[in-house]
Design a protein. Sequence first.
Length: 349
Amino acid sequence: MESFARKNDSAVSPCLWVGTGLGMVLILSLNLPASDDLRQSEPVMVSPSGTVLTLKGAVLTFACLDCVGTLTHPPYEVWRDPHGADDGEKTRKRKLVMHSPSSSQDMGDHQFAVICSEKQAKVFSLPSQTCLYVHNITETSFLLRADVVTLCNSVCLACFCANGHIMTLSLPSLRPLLDINYLPVTDMRIARTFCFTNEGQALYLSSPTEIQRLTYSQEMCDNLQDMLGDLFTPVETPEAQNRGFLKGLFGGSGQAFDREELFGEATAGKASRSLAQHIPGSGGIEGVRGAAGGVIGDLTRARIALDERGQKLGELDERTASMMASAEAFSKHAHEVMLKYKDKKWYQF
């Protein structure tokens, strides 16, 4: 980060903060070549600054705040492969993106360094390296994860303890804001994957294929329904337009019909009962299946065949009787017509 490496420094410089498992914090000074051409050829000089800070427990995270308590992001630049293919554009100049104040003297040569370990959190004033605030987070357990996150246009220190407690501390005063028992760590997967994000959210792997998301912000909880996405937008089906005669005649497009509408009983009517008559057997289909492996099955199948034959003969008799009745009716009507026009002349028709 861009910070003060020593007590007598008057300007910020690139530094590497190193935390150990014994609670020691070492600050190393980085000397970077000023010219871009020299940056490609000369190495970066790393030297110990002599500054050593101590905490209780293994160090977990660092953060740097300016004099007004705003989180200072580390400088960065976009990496590009110097041996990559030329895209025809002009050579891009390397530009270092600085988030820290351009002049440390304008800000009063003052910064806050936030350091959190497994047991406690401390806030140091730079460059004087005076410890301003100390908070012992836990004595019986230890922290698994600690992150400095933004929440409600401010910053805070979010911690996840091994006993399942989620705690938040204000910065830089380290005043406790939240302490709630969420989830005891019964699976090491949770301890390895738990992380805090901005705006009061946290994530962890609840299973090898599932991500659990939670929030410790009331504002995020109130706006949760507005942030949930929809797979589709429900739209009511519009009513069918009236199809006029001319449009149907000259429209040139086919009209879809329902099969039941064309061939169902509503249009064609029910079939005549005299066409077919169903005579169910005593055993039925299930009885045939049950006796299919023995003599009873053979007898049942023979009886069903006889029933079907009798049914077909009955249908044939009914059809023959119907045809004879139709023939008699036709003969009767023909005889009546003959008697009606028997004595009339041709000009009387």
